[in-house]
Design a protein around this ligand. Structure first.
Ligand code: G1P
Length: 298
């Protein structure tokens, strides 16, 4: 009988980015706290991790990100007030979202040296076990949560995984791109990967969507990783190093849902529309109002 792969208990969330594209909204508030309907973007991503069975949430923060830590803590005065006012539903919802005692960790990326460096900052907290990594800007909207789907594939295959989805050829230069053995398969073996390839040089049009399962050996590679695209320490470059090792497997799992890049204004607005339309008790009214709005010439 083959041994089942080590369980993924921890997830890392890099949340140190400045959010300059959303100024002035992000002048005093982290971009991860912008709301999609009534939940901060980071909460949606933590929800996805929880749905996949994650037990420990590791946030790599930076200056001015203290509100994120408060958001994932209990708020005694608020909870008591809700209780006193008989707002039991609201209180229950708050408590349901709250990670358990000791289930969150926060560390800081002291300088903006790139995604690879941000992930490396989590090494002491993650330790020597495989972990999930979720980039909060990218909302993965689907009835089958993306990380949970990856976990299913991981149970069978182990090793390292990234979620991928196709982009138009003229957009490959904005992402990490993988080359796979069979681009049509739901799960395929990765042969190569490159961060932000020059136009016309991408190995495929499958881009890395921001969901990863990684073995802890990635940290040794990140430690030595030289700056790459944009003069930043790139995670994709270190993953390529891992892929080239004989003892490491790397698979791409196609994400079949809808992606919203909440790092861009258009993606963020579309996420609000999509999540709003699908929300029970809100969607029908929202659709009616949107239809009215769309029929006007504004
Ligand atoms: C990062 C990753 C890239 C990935 C992208 C997904 O890039 O480096 O491989 O495709 O996220 O959003 P960034 O968006 O930070 O430039």
């Amino acid at each position: 009988m083959t041994k089942s792969p080590a369980r993924i208990r921890k997830a890392v969330f890099p949340v140190a980015g400045l959010g300059t594209r959303f100024l002035p909204a992000t002048k005093a508030m982290p971009k991860e706290m912008l709301t999609v309907v009534d939940r901060p973007v980071i909460q949606h991503v933590v929800d996805e991790a929880r749905a996949a069975g994650i037990e420990h949430f590791v946030f790599v923060t930076g200056r001015n990100k203290g509100v994120i830590e408060d958001h994932f803590d209990s708020q005694f005065e608020l909870e008591r007030t809700l209780q006193e006012r008989g707002k039991e539903k609201e209180l229950a919802a708050l408590l349901r979202d709250l990670p358990g005692a000791g289930q969150t960790s926060f560390t800081r990326q002291q300088a903006a040296l790139g995604l690879g460096h941000a992930v490396w900052c989590a090494r002491e907290i993650v330790g020597s076990e495989p972990f999930a990594l979720l980039l909060p800007d990218m909302l993965h909207f689907s009835s089958a949560p993306c990380l949970a789907t990856m976990m299913e594939a991981y149970q069978e295959l182990g090793g390292n995984m990234v979620a991928v989805s196709p982009v138009p050829d003229d957009q490959t230069q904005n992402y990490g791109i993988v080359g796979v053995d069979n681009a049509q398969n739901q799960v395929s073996e990765i042969k190569t990967m490159v961060e932000k390839p020059r136009p016309g040089t991408a190995p495929s049009n499958l881009h890395i969507t921001g969901r990863y399962i990684l073995q802890p050996e990635i940290f040794d590679l990140l430690e030595k990783q030289k700056p790459g695209a944009g003069n930043e320490i790139q995670l994709t470059d270190a993953m390529l190093g891992l892929l080239e090792r004989d003892d490491q497997k790397f698979h791409a799992v196609r994400f079949g849902g809808q992606l919203y890049d909440c790092g861009s204004k258009l993606g963020f607005l579309m996420a609000n529309v999509a999540y709003g339309l699908s929300r029970e008790g809100l969607g029908d009214g929202f659709r009616r109002e949107l239809n009215k709005l769309m029929s006007k010439d504004i």
